[in-house]
Write a protein that binds this ligand. Structure first.
Ligand code: FAD
Length: 341
């Protein structure tokens, strides 16, 4: 489709699409939204524009105080029972409606399953570009959004501009931007928007929901404890041990690319430059050498523990605690001790 050149001066405001997730029956804002608000605040300050959060989903009032504290000036709330579960057509239509009405200059989405599904549909419908999986965002001297992302399999970092169109839209990977409470106690203005769902336009009906408790990237990128394995874990039996330890500590299993390539675990478990970026409280790296492409995906972790039989492995340069030894002998002892405590 040919993009329509917009009157870009009419577009103002930095928007963040706040994804709502259900956790044990309770709806809450997905934490990546707060990371995007913190970055959005910086962009809005540079541009001298407002920072607005968009919340689609029923009964999310309880999350508004937190959204305000992360720096939003305004909250656009689309709140009706039909929006309770994510529905591509309904959510895309709500976003398009809001964008056409209020004309923001920038719209940011999380690079999650929902963000990756929603944003391209919105972009195609309103004929603007979309930069997926950004790891950096800034504003240049011409007031355009510089969208930085890995390209060519992660071999270069590309700066992408969409200067002639508005809004400029990007998805951003979870855990690459820091979140920071910027306005404690602040109450953002809430604008309730009633956007009716056209039942004919919403082609998908949710009949039943099964929430997978353990697997997948979604769990990994929010886990507070990650037990990760590399080629040194040797096989999928070794990963069963990592899973046992992760279960004991209420965490998730991660992996290096070598472990994924060898078929020990699915690709969604890959941590690193071409996988998921994580920032847990505890990251345990077993049989992982510490290649730079792995390190960039986990060095924001609070505490890193490495288990490796090679004392010269580069992972020991980034860990807080290191154990030199064979993971297949050390892990059973650790699991036994954790079970006792
Ligand atoms: P190895 O480098 O083979 O290391 C295995 C380690 O296990 C060694 O240090 C060894 O001493 C130790 N070991 C062996 N046996 C034992 C034992 N019994 N007990 C304890 N320790 C043992 N990699 C990623 O992880 N994530 C990415 O997203 C990623 N993206 C990439 C993107 C590009 C463009 C490129 C070029 C590469 C990328 N890589 C990525 C690959 C990366 O360069 C490394 O090849 C990979 O991380 C190595 O994985 P590994 O540490 O498991 O394996």
């Amino acid at each position: 489709q040919t993009a329509v050149k917009a009157d870009i001066t009419a577009y103002k405001g930095v928007w963040v699409f706040m994804e709502v997730i259900e956790d044990k029956g309770v709806c809450k804002i997905r934490p990546v939204g707060y990371e995007l608000l913190t970055k959005g605040r910086e962009l809005a300050n540079t541009l001298g524009e407002e920072l607005c959060a968009v919340v689609i989903g029923s009964d999310m009032q309880s999350g508004f105080a937190e959204i305000s504290s992360y720096g939003a000036d305004k909250i656009y709330s689309v709140n009706a029972p039909g929006y309770k579960d994510y529905n591509t057509d309904a959510y895309a239509s709500a976003m398009i409606n809001l964008i056409n009405k209020y004309k923001p200059s920038i719209v940011l989405y999380p690079s999650t399953f929902i963000g990756r599904d929603l944003s391209p549909r919105v972009a195609a419908e309103i004929h603007v570009g979309l930069t997926a999986d950004c790891t950096g965002l800034s504003v240049n001297a011409d007031r355009n959004l510089v969208q930085t992302r890995p390209a060519f399999g992660g071999n270069i970092m590309a700066d992408i501009l969409t200067p002639n169109h508005r809004p400029q839209m990007a998805t951003v990977r979870p855990n690459v931007m820091k979140k920071e409470i910027l306005k404690p106690g602040f109450s953002a203005a809430v604008i309730e928007e009633s956007i009716a769902i056209n039942p004919k336009a919403a082609r998908v009906k949710i009949l039943n929901k099964h929430i997978d408790d353990v697997h997948g990237m979604e769990k990994l990128d929010e886990a507070e404890v990650i037990i990760s394995g590399g080629r040194g874990v040797k096989d999928s039996n070794g990963f069963t041990m990592l899973k046992d330890l992760a279960n004991e500590l209420g965490g998730a299993v991660g992996a290096s690319r070598a472990a994924v390539d060898m078929g020990f675990v699915p690709k969604e478990k890959q941590v690193g430059q071409s996988g998921v970026t994580v920032r847990p409280k505890l990251y345990v790296a077993c049989g992982i050498s510490g290649a730079v492409q792995h390190i960039v995906g986990m060095d924001g972790s609070d505490t890193i523990i490495a288990v490796n039989k090679d004392p010269r492995a580069p992972i020991f340069n980034v860990c807080k605690f290191g154990i030199v030894g064979d993971a297949s002998q050390i892990l059973p002892k650790v699991i036994e001790e954790v079970k006792k405590s």
